[in-house]
Design a binder for this molecule. Sequence first.
Ligand SMILES: [Zn+2]
Length: 147
Amino acid sequence: MDSTIIECADCSQLLRVPIGSKFVACPKCSSNIALEFVQKNDGGVMFTRGFFFGLGLPLAMILVSMTIASVGDSQDYDGFNILLLIPFTTAAILLAISATLSRVSGELHQRNVHVDIRTGAWISVVLTLAFYFIMSIAVMVGRAGVR
Ligand SMILES: [Zn+2]
């Protein structure tokens, strides 16, 4: 686990504390120190993680659905259509969950993570919807060409 060095406000003793802990007791003067600044740092790291999780997971589903589509029966139009909707559905579900949790989460830090996931999921919803329409049109054009 990552740790950081802080200075005790009462006795200036240097303390090594794990990142993410909320309180640390100074071993020299035994005063309790609240680590709010560590929480902010941690939140900064989590922003990136939450955002890329919300953005990345649905986009990864595009690859998954394309992989399944390429090994599956290419004549199965309905099956292919459902596959194309998987990334969008993933993004929409992620958006719904993170939007709900960002409202109901009691802890500020937790709430921020869900807000970040929601931001990423919003972008994913737009991207995966665009992907769905482009691929549907491509499939329709392809089918029209075959006939
Ligand atoms: Zn101290």
